[in-house]
Ligand binder design. Structure first.
Ligand code: TXA
Ligand code: MG
Length: 331
């Protein structure tokens, strides 16, 4: 596996050319997006897409997101492009939103795990967009981590997690959003959120028209997005979530764990003042928290903690996506 820097303009051009050629030839290229690093392959090449599932150890029933350089290219992959699709795309693309639409036959079943819909996204990252432009093909790309592990927000995370399973990594530095895109099903009249992200439910509902505000639903009843099942985004350490009102109790539990010689750390909004434990003071706004969340979890993995005590964020809509990821890390 090779890592190429894409920091300055000159090195970027050569790296992008090589990466685009690799993709067209069926190779696996990890690249930065504004959310997390993606593990890209030619979306119309079944064998290339198979390699993604192998590299990630991902169950083949979990569909992939197809990345394209423009809304126009996205429309060409959709069987029908609904008003809701157009409204959400116009408002948020390029950006951290994935639209689930009915797919055209040109997209192989392996990409969508046999579903008749496909997730499409135009990412808002100059490297990702330039790569898609240069390759001139749709690129299937899940997060560039082993299945169920924490998603990568730096090239180093990708290297450590996937090693030689990937042919090339484009290093564009740390990602800015930090958690995965909001996945929105726009096959019907009313958009439905399948996976929360930093583009919040209310923002999606707003662009879909005021009349829809009341009905734009979180699909809580049954998991609509296969990737939302069970344990996910999980570090090796056991994650113990607690509410701010339970700090005293968490502190006692943590002390007991330390007495039992467990390696303990905390991710909190204010220090617990634990003796013999590392504490990460986390940002107090959702955007800033999301940006550092996965890097913090990766650091805990590196340091081989046994248990991490995590203070839950406030139970408000703007924290929904962060709370969702913490909840899945704790399963
Ligand atoms: O921010 C992101 O979305 C990143 C970057 C690389 O773009 N990608 C990402 O991909 O998070 P992945 O494969 O880790 O997650 C894709 C999610 C899964 O929850 C999957 O089930 C859902 O999108 N998904 C994809 N296609 C779908 C479809 N046709 N119907 C329902 N859910 C779908
Ligand atoms: Mg993922």
């Amino acid at each position: 596996m090779r890592v190429l820097q894409v920091g300055d303009a000159a090195s970027r051009r050569a790296a992008l050319k090589e990466a685009a050629e690799l993709l067209r030839a069926g190779g696996l290229v990890a690249f930065p997006t504004e959310t997390v690093y993606g593990l890209g392959a030619h979306a119309l090449d079944e064998r290339a897409v198979e390699r993604i599932y192998e590299a990630k150890g991902r169950p083949s029933l979990n569909p992939l997101i197809v990345h394209v350089a423009s809304t126009q290219l996205a429309r060409e992959l959709a069987l029908d492009w609904t008003e809701a699709a157009e409204a959400v795309a116009r408002a948020f693309w390029p950006g951290p939103v994935t639209l689930v639409v009915r797919k055209r036959d040109i997209i192989p079943d392996i990409v969508t795990a046999g579903l008749n819909t496909v997730g499409l996204r135009v990412p808002a990252h100059p490297v990702a967009l330039a790569l898609l432009d240069e390759a001139a093909i749709p690129v299937a790309a899940p997060s560039a981590n082993r299945s169920t592990h924490v998603s990568p927000t730096t090239a180093q995370h990708v290297v450590r997690g996937l090693g030689d399973a990937v042919d090339l990594v484009l290093d564009g530095g740390p990602t800015t959003v930090g958690i995965e895109s909001t996945v929105v099903d726009v096959t019907g009249r009313v958009p439905r959120i399948l996976r929360p992200g930093m583009i919040a439910r209310d923002a999606i509902a707003r662009v879909a028209g005021a009349a829809e505000l009341a009905t734009a639903m979180m699909a809580h009843d049954k998991p609509q997005s296969p990737g939302m099942l069970g344990r996910h985004y999980a570090p090796r350490a056991r994650v113990r979530l607690f509410r701010s009102s339970e700090r005293e109790h968490a502190l006692e539990e943590a002390r007991a764990a330390i007495e039992q010689r467990q390696r303990v750390c905390a991710m909190v909004f204010a220090a617990l003042d634990l003796p013999a434990a590392d504490e990460h003071i986390m940002p107090s706004t959702p955007d800033a928290y999301a940006r550092v969340l996965y890097a913090t979890l990766h650091a805990l993995d590196e340091a081989r903690y046994d248990v991490v005590f995590v203070e839950r964020p406030p139970d408000t809509p703007e924290w929904m996506a962060v709370a969702d990821r913490l909840g899945r890390a704790a399963i």
